[in-house]
Design a protein around this ligand. Structure first.
Ligand SMILES: *Cc1c(COP(=O)(O)O)cnc(C)c1O
Length: 370
């Protein structure tokens, strides 16, 4: 254990109890709905298996992944839970869905045809969710497709609908006009389709738009991992990740020296630079060059110069020298600098930061048993 920590160039600490707490908090906001857990993209980069096991212990029995392979990998970790695959069924994958007890989210008339055909071939009904497009124009049945199904119910033969769902485009903006429009559109389309199944509209942000949006099942992802679902309000959720990078070298610098590729930062006075053993190959985006921050001993330290593949450079002139030495850790994500803060500096969103977290970090999981 100590050797692994000694060797580690970056340490990613993941708090499974905080993730379970966030699930409970989100569930409590929609007390009349089932709370599922979205663990696509390897649990937003934090590990789908440990995250799903922790959520299962907290009481979550429905999981969403994006791809069939994600579903197959997840299956043994949550043996008694439902796993829905958002991308739906692709030609040739029917047997994989059945073999691993995965439920496709059917997004198009073609997917409905495939699944219905597969059910007919097997001689037994097969569960599926049906996805309506209420305004994103991305995935899901449009009005024409819904009319087609409403006019000819046999197209759904063999399909046992377990969920009718849609997804929101602007839910992180509380007053966006599209929110109410999509809610109305979803209701019209779902009524028109006329299958009796639980309904679901809400991902993390949508949960905070009010009870009208909750329906029978909520599908939070981002909020589980501590991303603020309503960026204009204080974050009601706990941080789940800490990322520490290790200092490889500290150097004294003076004007007119520069640092890094492109000599993009020039020192105006005497100072100290710490070089950290993490870079863009670890998910610290190049856009953080001369813009990002770390934290050492409670002091915010700016990134100076460009981000390299395996290294970043921080101006640590303001930090007490005792905190700055080879082997010391710098907080890159943590209580003093959360994932949304790092995302803002990088010009992106917390989702992209988490799902880009590198594979070279030592992953340190805690909790997950309650
Ligand atoms: C990713 C996704 C979610 C989860 O969204 P968050 O904003 O991360 O909570 C829910 N539903 C669908 C269809 C998704 O694609």
């Amino acid at each position: 254990m100590m050797t692994a920590h000694d060797r580690a160039t970056g340490i990613l600490s993941i708090d499974l109890d905080a993730i379970a707490d966030n699930w409970r908090t989100l569930a409590a906001h929609a007390p009349n709905a089932e709370a599922a857990g979205v663990v696509k993209a390897d649990g937003y980069g934090l590990g789908a298996a440990p995250v799903a096991r922790a959520l299962r212990k907290a009481g979550c029995t429905t999981f969403f992944v994006a791809t069939i392979d994600e579903g197959i990998s997840l299956r043994p970790h949550v043996n008694d839970a439902r796993i829905l695959v958002l991308g739906g069924v692709l030609p040739g994958t029917g047997a994989d869905f059945i073999g691993h007890q995965l439920i496709p989210v059917l997004n198009s008339p073609e997917q409905i045809g495939l699944w219905s055909g597969f059910a007919a071939a097997g001689g037994r009904p097969l569960p599926a969710a049906i996805h309506m497009d209420s305004g994103m124009n991305r995935l899901g049945l449009d009005e024409t497709a819904v009319e087609l199904l409403a006019a000819d119910n046999r197209r759904l033969d063999g399909i046992q609908p377990v969920l009718v769902m849609s997804h929101m485009a602007c839910a992180d903006e509380r007053d966006h006009a599209m929110n109410r429009q999509q809610l109305d559109r979803f209701t019209v389309l779902a009524d028109r389709l006329g299958v009796s199944a639980p309904r679901s509209l809400a991902a993390s942000s949508t949960i905070f738009l009010g009870a009208d949006y909750h329906f029978d099942l909520i599908r939070p992802g981002a909020g589980l991992y501590g991303i603020n679902p309503m960026p204009d309000s204080p974050n009601p959720l706990r941080q789940t990740v800490r990322l520490h990078g290790k200092i490889l070298q500290v150097r004294d610098v003076d004007t007119p020296q520069t640092v890094g590729y492109g000599a993009s930062h020039r020192f105006k006075s005497k100072g100290r630079v710490a070089t950290i053993a993490c870079g863009y190959a670890d998910g610290l985006f190049r856009s953080l060059g001369n813009r990002g921050f770390g934290v050492i001993g409670g002091v915010k330290v700016p990134v100076v110069g460009r981000i390299s593949m395996d290294l970043i450079t921080l101006d640590v002139s303001a930090v007490a020298p005792a905190h700055v030495h080879a082997g010391a850790l710098v907080e890159l994500i943590g209580p003093d600098h959360d994932v949304d803060a790092l995302a803002a500096e990088a010009g992106t969103i917390g989702y992209e930061i988490l799902t880009s977290l590198g594979r070279r970090y030592l992953r340190d999981y805690s909790g997950g048993n309650t």
